[in-house]
Design a protein around this ligand. Structure first.
Ligand code: NAI
Length: 442
C-alpha cells in the first residue's frame, strides 16, 4: 500500500471544515513556517524535496521559487493555477472540493516563502461549486487568524482571493491565466520574460498548480529530505492520477512515483484491470496533450524494461521533448476503441480551444480536425495520413504557447503507432465508418 501524503484524510467526515481539518493536523505547516522558519528556509525545503510541477510540465517547484525576482518595494504574487481543463484530468477538482483547507494551507505557507502579501486561486469557471467551497473555507481561515493581518502574531500579512475563469481552456496556460486575471482576453504571452520576473501586473509572480501547492504543507512538516525519499530518481514524492476510460475502477489515485504502469492498471489496489474482460489497446498517460502509446509500449519501454509512473520513464524516446506523465490524466482504451475517431475527437477540442493568436495553431488545428473528419467519415485518401503528420510538424515549435504541440503531438503519435488503422479507414471506408466498428487488425 503506497503512502498517501495529500489524500490520507480525504474521506474523513467534515474534513472540508476548519475544525475537523485542524484535528487531523491541519495548518501545522503555517505555524511551523511562520514561527520557526525564515522564508528562504521554506524555499530550501521545497528545493530539497525535489517536488516537480504537478500541472503537467514537471518543472522543479523549488527552482521556480528561487527564480522569483525580489526587487525592493515591489509586490510579488503567488497564483494558484486551478484552471484544470485538460481532457482526462480531474484530480485538482477533487483536492479542492474535499480538502479546501489543504490548498489554503499550502497557499499561506507558499506565499510566506515567496514574500507575497496578496495571492490568488484562479479556478476554472465551470467549477462554481468548488469556488463556493473554497470561499467558505477561506472565510473560516480568516476568522481563525490564518489569513489577514499579522497571521498568528508573526507580523506576516496575507490576503487570498479566488477568481473564476470564463471557460476557456487556454486560460490554464500560465501567461494567458495572468492576462485573464488582469481582466483581459486570455492570450498567452511570449516567454521569456517568465512570470517569475514579469508576471501578474508585470510583477514577479509564481504560478503553481493546485497539487503542487497542496504538497507544500507535508514538505514543510516532514522536511524536504523525507519527501525526497519517496519515488525514484528525479521523480520524488507522490502524485495524483485521475484514471478514466475503459477501466474496472476508474477514479483518483495518489501513488508513490515509481509504481510500475502495469501494477497501476491491473492491480486491485488501483484500476483493477480493463473492463468487461477486454484487452488493453492504448493509453494516454498524462492528459490529452501527451502522445498516445499502444499497450506494448505503455507496459514496457522500447528496451523491454517495466514502464514506471515517473517523469523519466513515461517518455516517448525523444519523439516529444517533455514528459508524458503530464497532468496525471490517465486515459485507458480497450481493444474496441477506434483510434482514428478518438484522435479526431481530441483534435476537435484543440481546434475549438485555440485562442487564434498564432497562425500555425489557429489554422493548423483546423486542418488537423478537417483531415481527421474526412478519414473518420470515410472520405479520406492515403495521402491524408501523411498530410496529418506534415501539418503537425508545421505547428510544432511555431507557436507562443504549448497548445499547438498539445494538438499536434497526439495526432502525429496516433499515426506513428496506429498507421494501419488509419489506412483501414481509407481502404475499407464502409466498414470503418459503421457505428461501433472495430479495426480487425493487420
Ligand atoms: P513550461 O515548461 O513552459 O513551464 C513550466 C513552468 O516552469 C512555468 O511555470 C514556467 O514559468 C517555469 N519556467 C520554465 N523555465 C523557466 C525559467 N527559465 N525561469 C523561470 N521560470 C521558468 O510548461 P507550461 O507551459 O507551464 O506547461 C505545459 C504543460 O501543461 C504541458 O506539458 C501539459 O501537460 C500541461 N497542461 C496541463 C493542463 C491541466 O489542465 N492541468 C492543461 C493543459 C496543459
Amino acid at each position: 500500500m503506497g503512502r498517501k501524503l495529500l489524500t490520507e484524510h480525504i474521506n474523513v467526515e467534515g474534513i472540508e471544515k476548519l475544525d475537523v481539518y485542524r484535528k487531523h493536523g491541519g495548518y501545522r505547516s503555517v505555524e511551523k513556517a511562520l514561527k520557526t522558519m525564515t522564508p528562504d528556509e521554506v524555499v530550501e525545503e521545497v528545493k530539497k524535496s525535489g517536488l516537480r510541477g504537478r500541472g503537467g510540465a514537471g518543472f522543479p517547484t523549488g527552482l521556480k521559487w528561487s527564480f522569483l525576482a525580489k526587487p525592493e518595494g515591489v509586490p510579488r504574487y503567488l497564483v494558484c493555477n486551478a484552471d484544470e481543463s485538460e481532457p482526462g484530468t480531474f484530480k485538482d477538482r477533487e483536492l479542492m472540493s474535499k480538502l479546501p483547507h489543504l490548498l489554503i494551507e499550502g497557499m499561506i505557507t507558499g506565499s510566506y516563502a515567496l514574500g507575497a502579501n496578496t495571492s490568488y486561486i484562479y479556478i476554472r469557471g465551470e467549477l462554481l461549486y468548488v469556488l463556493r467551497i473554497l470561499e467558505k473555507a477561506i472565510a473560516e481561515a480568516y476568522a481563525a487568524g490564518f489569513l489577514g493581518k499579522n497571521i498568528l502574531g508573526s507580523g506576516y500579512d496575507l490576503d487570498l482571493f479566488v477568481h473564476p475563469g470564463g471557460g476557456a481552456y487556454i486560460c490554464g496556460e500560465e501567461t494567458a491565466l495572468l492576462e485573464s486575471l488582469e481582466g483581459k482576453r486570455g492570450n498567452p504571452r511570449n516567454k521569456p520574460p517568465f512570470p517569475a520576473v514579469q508576471g501578474l501586473y508585470a510583477r514577479p509572480t509564481v504560478v503553481n498548480n493546485v497539487e503542487s501547492i497542496a504538497a507544500v504543507p507535508v514538505i514543510v512538516n516532514e522536511g524536504g529530505d523525507e519527501y525526497a525519499k519517496i519515488g525514484v530518481g528525479k521523480s520524488t514524492g507522490t502524485k495524483l492520477f485521475s484514471a478514466c476510460g475503459h477501466l474496472n475502477k476508474p477514479g483518483i489515485y495518489e501513488i508513490e512515483l515509481g509504481l510500475p504502469v502495469e501494477e497501476f492498471i491491473y492491480s486491485d489496489e488501483y484500476c483493477g484491470g480493463i473492463w468487461k474482460g477486454r484487452d488493453l489497446k492504448a493509453v494516454v498517460a498524462g492528459g490529452s496533450s501527451v502522445p498516445i502509446l499502444p499497450k506494448e509500449l505503455i507496459l514496457k519501454t522500447a528496451t523491454g524494461e517495466d514502464r514506471l509512473m515517473t517523469y523519466e520513464s513515461l517518455s516517448d524516446g525523444g519523439f516529444i521533448t517533455g514528459t508524458m506523465l503530464g497532468s496525471g490524466g490517465f486515459i485507458a482504451m480497450d481493444e474496441t476503441t477506434n483510434i482514428v475517431r478518438n484522435t479526431w475527437s481530441f483534435s476537435r477540442f484543440y481546434h475549438h480551444e485555440s485562442c487564434g493568436q498564432c497562425s500555425p495553431c489557429r489554422e493548423g488545428t483546423g486542418w488537423l480536425e478537417k483531415v481527421l473528419h474526412r478519414l473518420v467519415h470515410g472520405h479520406g485518401q492515403m495521402h491524408d495520413i501523411d498530410l496529418l503528420v506534415s501539418v503537425a510538424k508545421q505547428i510544432e515549435g511555431n507557436t507562443i504557447c504549448p497548445l499547438g504541440e498539445a494538438a499536434a503531438w497526439p495526432v502525429a503519435a496516433a499515426v506513428r503507432h496506429f498507421r494501419d488503422e488509419f489506412e483501414w479507414h481509407v481502404t475499407h471506408p464502409q466498414e470503418a465508418t459503421k457505428p461501433g466498428a472495430v479495426f480487425p487488425g493487420k
